[in-house]
Ligand binder design. Structure first.
Ligand SMILES: *[C@@H]1O[C@H](CO)[C@@H](O)[C@H](O)[C@H]1NC(C)=O
Ligand SMILES: *[C@@H]1O[C@H](CO)[C@@H](O)[C@H](O)[C@H]1NC(C)=O
Ligand SMILES: *[C@@H]1O[C@H](CO)[C@@H](O)[C@H](O)[C@H]1NC(C)=O
Ligand SMILES: *[C@@H]1O[C@H](CO)[C@@H](O)[C@H](O)[C@H]1NC(C)=O
Length: 726
C-alpha cells in the first residue's frame, strides 16, 4: 500500500519555496498566502446541482457553534474556534466508524485532514492525496486548504491572520491530538494572543447522538505462542530492560498495535487492523491493562493471568476510562515516565496523556515496542512467509479468473467488481482474518492516483487501452500481506511498457541489493528510484514501509523515503535494518490523467553471508510470490542481471506456489501461472561478480570494452585539447 509521505510533500514545499525565492530575487520574500482557500467545485450551492455525495453540514455546524458558547460544554468563556482532528484517542491510522468525528462534521470521508470551525467560517486542511475528493465531498460551508501547495497557510498561520483581538480561545479535544502536534501548534502560536484550550467534553460527541454507529461488541482473543513465537511475559521483560536503561519507572502505551503485540492479543476494534481498544501501563513491579470489561473474556483473563494479580508478571485489568484518574494518582509515586512520541507511522501519545503526568516527570521518546517488534522472531518470520504463500495462491487464482472472465465478457468489469473479487478470494484462504486495508483498484486515470479507492461515484469500467493497478492485502493469523500488481487487458503502448519496465527495474535493483548493516533505511530508497530519476521522474510516495505480523499494514519504525527527517531526542528517523525486518518495496510511475504503474512486493531482510570486512552485510528475499505481467515488459531495457533476477523469481513462483495450486486442484490458476512465469532466454555473458557479490574474474569482453573506452577517451583528449601537450 503506497503511503504518501508528508516528508516528501514537505520537501516539495521547500523546493517550490526556493523556486519562488529565486523568481523574486531581491524582493522581500513572503509566501503568497491565500487565506480564502482554493476555488471550490460547484460553489456557491444555489448556482449548481450539488455532487451527490455531499452532505449538508449547515445544521451540524450551527449546533457545534452553539456548543462553543455553552459553559456546560466548555467550562469557561466561549470559544472563538474549535479544531476537529482525524484522530481517535489512540492516534490510530484508521478509525472505527464510531470515532469518525471529523467525517461527521465535515462530510469528507478521506483518512486525513483537520477541520477548524469559527463563528463565521469552517476551514478544512488536507494533503495532496485528497484535494480532489475533499473538493467534491465538502459542501459549500467549507473553505478548502490544499496543503502541500506553496500558497496555502498552515492552521496556525491562518489563525494568526484571522484573529487580532485579545484572548482568543481555540478549543480542541486533547485526547484526539498527539502531544507532538499540540506542542507544535502551541509553539507556533506562542507570540500571538491566541490560546489553545484543551476541552475535555468532545463537542462533536455532544451533537452526534442520532445515527452514531456503536463500537462493535466483539471480544478480544489471545494469539497463541505458536503464532507469536514469544510469550508476552518475555516481551514485558525486554521492555523493562529498555525502561531500566533510561531509568524510567513506568511506560504508558496508547497505540493499539503496540498493546496487541506486547500482550499477544488481537481483537476487532479497527476496521482492517486486528486490535483491542485499550491502554497499558508497564512498571517494574506491575502491569495494567485498561480495556472495556465486556471485551475481555475468560480466555484473555487466563492468558494474562488476571485472577488475583498482585505481582510483576501478571496483568491487572481496569475499566477503560479509569486510565485518566489512575495516571494522575499513580504518577505521584513515579519519578520518570516514558511517554511515546512520533516515529514513522506512529504519532505517539495524546496531549491528554502527557497532561496527566507532571511535566518534570515526562520522558518523551519513541516507544520501546517499535524496535523490539520490528525484528520478527523465527516463528513470526515463518508465519509471514507462509501467509504470503497463501496470499500468492489467492492472487494467482484471482488474476487468472479475472483474465479469463474478462476475455469472455469485458463489459461486466469495473473497478469495484475487481476490488470486491480480490477481497472474496482472500476471505476463502485458510487462517484469513479479513483484508489489511481497503483494496485499491484503479484503471487508467485512476491508476495515476496512488491512493485511489473506487466507490459508487467514481467507479469506471476496465478498458483495454490503459493499465489497472490493484493494491491489496490480507490479515492472516500468521502474518499480514500487501501486494500490488499492474495489469493490462489489451495491447500496451510503448510508453506504458517503458514505464512498467522502469518501475520493475527499480524494484529488482532494491530487491537484489547487498548492503552493509549500518546503511539507514532511507538510503535504500535511491536504489529503487534511480531508473525513474534517470528520466527526470520521481514518485511522490515512499518506496517502502514496515509491515506487521497480523497487525498494521504500515508498521513503524521502518520507512524507506529519502525525505525522512533525521532522528532527534523526541522523534525517530531512518533506522538500520536487521535480519527479520519485513518491509515493502513499491516504486511507481504516475502520469496524471492517463495511466499509472506500481509494483509492490514484501521483502524479508536476511544475512548476506560472510563479508570481506568485519562489518556484516544484509540482503533481501522477496516473500511476495506473484507473477509480473510479461506483456508490459520491454525486454530491450533489461540487462542480463535483471533477466537473471526475473528468471530466478519466476522459478521460485513455479517451485513454491505451483505445488500449492496443484494440491488444491486449481489447474486454471496453475496454467495461468506457468504462462506468466515462462523463462526468458538469458544472454550467456552474465557477470556473476556484479550480480551476486562473488569475486569471479571479469569476462574478457568487459576487459576489451574497457580498453576501447580508454582508447576513445585518449583520442578525444588528444584531438580536443591539443594545448595540454604544449
Ligand atoms: C442545508 O440545510 C439548511 C437547513 O438545515 C438549508 O437552509 C439549506 O438550504 C441547505 N443547503 C443546501 C445546499 O441544500
Ligand atoms: C516569539 O518571540 C520570541 C522573543 O521575541 C522569539 O525568540 C521567538 O522566536 C518567537 N516565536 C515565534 C514562533 O515567532
Ligand atoms: C468499572 O465500571 C463499572 C460500570 O461501568 C463500575 O460498576 C465499576 O465500579 C467500575 N470499576 C472500577 C474499578 O472503577
Ligand atoms: C453503492 O451503491 C449500493 C447500491 O446502489 C449501495 O448498497 C452501497 O451502500 C453504495 N456504497 C457506497 C459506498 O455508497
Amino acid at each position: 500500500m503506497a503511503e504518501l509521505t508528508h516528508w516528501i510533500l514537505a520537501l516539495f514545499c521547500v523546493l517550490s519555496g526556493l523556486v519562488e525565492a529565486y523568481h523574486f530575487q531581491n524582493e522581500v520574500v513572503e509566501p503568497l498566502l491565500n487565506y480564502n482557500g482554493a476555488k471550490r467545485y460547484h460553489c456557491p450551492a444555489t448556482a449548481h446541482k450539488q455532487p451527490a455525495n455531499r452532505q449538508n453540514t449547515t445544521l451540524r455546524l450551527k449546533q457545534l457553534r452553539s456548543e462553543m458558547t455553552r459553559v456546560a460544554s466548555i467550562q469557561g468563556p466561549p470559544l472563538d474556534g474549535y479544531i476537529v482532528t482525524s484522530d481517535d484517542a489512540h492516534q490510530s491510522d484508521s478509525l472505527d466508524p464510531h470515532d469518525m468525528r471529523r467525517e461527521f462534521i465535515t462530510g469528507f470521508y478521506g483518512s486525513a485532514g483537520e477541520a477548524l470551525i469559527t463563528w463565521d467560517k469552517a476551514v478544512f486542511w488536507t494533503d495532496g492525496r485528497y484535494h480532489i475528493q475533499a473538493d467534491h465531498q465538502l459542501d459549500c460551508n467549507w473553505i478548502l486548504m490544499k496543503r502541500g501547495r506553496p500558497e496555502v497557510p498552515s492552521i496556525t498561520e491562518w489563525l494568526k491572520h484571522e484573529f487580532h483581538s485579545q484572548n482568543v480561545r481555540i478549543g480542541a479535544d486533547p485526547t484526539l491530538v498527539s502531544a507532538i502536534d499540540w506542542e507544535t501548534w502551541e509553539d507556533e502560536l506562542a507570540n500571538s494572543s491566541i490560546r489553545l484550550v484543551p476541552v475535555r467534553n468532545n463537542l462533536v460527541d455532544l451533537i452526534w447522538q442520532i445515527d452514531r454507529p456503536n463500537y462493535n461488541p466483539h471480544p478480544a482473543y489471545p494469539l497463541p505462542d505458536k503464532y507469536s513465537g514469544k510469550a508476552w511475559q518475555d516481551k514485558v521483560q525486554s521492555i523493562r530492560v529498555e525502561m531500566e536503561s533510561y531509568r524510567a519507572d513506568a511506560l504508558i502505551l496508547t497505540a493499539l498495535d503496540e498493546i496487541a503485540w506486547l500482550f499477544n492479543i488481537r481483537g476487532y476494534d479497527l476496521p482492517n487492523t486486528p486490535v483491542l481498544r485499550a491502554y497499558a501501563v508497564v512498571t517494574h513491579g506491575s502491569i495494567h491493562l485498561y480495556a472495556p470489561r465486556h471485551k475481555i473474556l475468560r480466555s484473555v483473563d487466563e492468558h494474562l493471568k488476571m485472577d488475583f494479580c498482585s505481582h510483576a508478571n501478571c496483568v491487572t485489568l481496569h475499566n477503560y476510562t479509569s486510565i485518566w484518574y489512575d495516571l494522575r494518582t499513580m504518577s505521584q509515586a513515579w519519578n520518570l515516565v516514558w511517554l511515546p512520541t512520533r516515529c514513522a507511522y506512529s504519532p505517539g501519545a495524546s496531549m491528554e496523556i502527557f497532561n496527566s503526568i507532571p511535566a518534570e516527570k515526562r520522558l518523551p521518546k519513541p516507544s520501546p515496542v517499535l524496535s523490539l517488534r520490528a525484528q520478527k522472531n523465527e516463528i513470526e518470520a515463518e508465519g509471514m512467509r507462509r501467509s504470503h504463500l497463501r496470499d500468492a495462491v489467492m492472487m494467482c487464482e484471482f488474476l487468472a479468473y479475472m483474465e479469463e472472465q474478462y476475455e469472455l465478457n469485458s463489459d461486466s468489469w469495473d473497478e469495484m467488481q475487481v476490488a470486491r473479487l480480490a477481497n472474496e478470494f482472500r476471505y476463502e484462504q485458510d487462517k484469513n482474518k479479513g483484508i489489511s486495508f481497503p483494496t485499491i483498484a484503479g484503471y487508467g486515470p485512476h491508476a495515476a492516483i496512488p491512493h485511489y479507492e473506487p466507490n459508487n461515484l467514481t467507479n469506471i469500467k476496465i478498458g483495454k487501452t490503459s493499465t489497472l493497478v490493484v493494491d491489496s492485502g490480507g490479515q492472516y493469523l500468521d502474518g499480514t500481506t500487501d501486494v500490488t500488481r499492474t495489469l493490462h487487458f489489451g495491447t500496451p503502448t510503448e510508453e506504458q511498457k517503458k514505464a512498467y519496465t522502469r518501475v520493475l527495474i527499480g524494484a529488482i535493483q532494491l530487491s537484489s541489493l547487498i548492503f552493509p548493516s549500518s546503511l539507514k533505511s532511507n538510503q535504500l530508497d535511491i536504489v529503487a528510484r534511480a531508473p525513474l530519476w534517470n528520466i527526470g521522474y520521481d514518485y511522490l510516495h515512499g518506496t517502502g514501509h514496515g509491515i506487521g505480523h497480523f497487525l498494521s499494514v504500515h508498521e513503524s519504525p521502518i520507512g524507506v523515503s529519502y525525505g525522512q527527517p533525521a532522528s532527534s531526542d523526541k522523534i525517530c528517523g531512518p533506522v538500520e535494518l536487521k535480519p527479520g525486518f519485513f518491509l515493502s518495496n513499491e516504486p511507481g510511475y504516475y502520469k496524471e490523467g492517463d495511466f499509472g504503474v506500481r509494483l509492490e512486493n514484501i521483502l524479508e531482510t536476511v544475512e548476506a553471508g560472510k563479508s570481506k570486512t568485519s562489518e556484516s552485510f544484509l540482503k533481501f528475499r522477496d516473500v511476495t510470490l506473484v507473477p509480473y505481467e510479461p506483456k508490459l515488459i520491454n525486454y530491450d531495457m533489461l540487462n542480463p542481471s535483471h533477466i537473471r533476477w526475473i528468471n530466478n523469481y519466476n522459478r521460485r513462483i513455479r517451485d513454491e506456489v505451483g505445488p500449492e495450486l496443484k494440491r488444491r486442484l486449481k489447474m486454471d490458476a496453475f496454467n495461468w501461472m506457468l504462462k506468466k512465469t515462462a523463462t526468458i532466454p538469458e544472454v550467456k555473458l552474465v557477470d556473476e561478480g556484479l550480480l551476486f557479490g562473488h569475486s569471479n574474474s571479469t569476462p574478457s569482453t568487459c576487459k576489451q570494452f574497457h580498453i576501447l573506452v580508454y582508447l576513445i577517451s585518449l583520442y578525444y583528449i588528444l584531438c580536443n585539447f591539443p594545448d595540454i601537450w604544449s
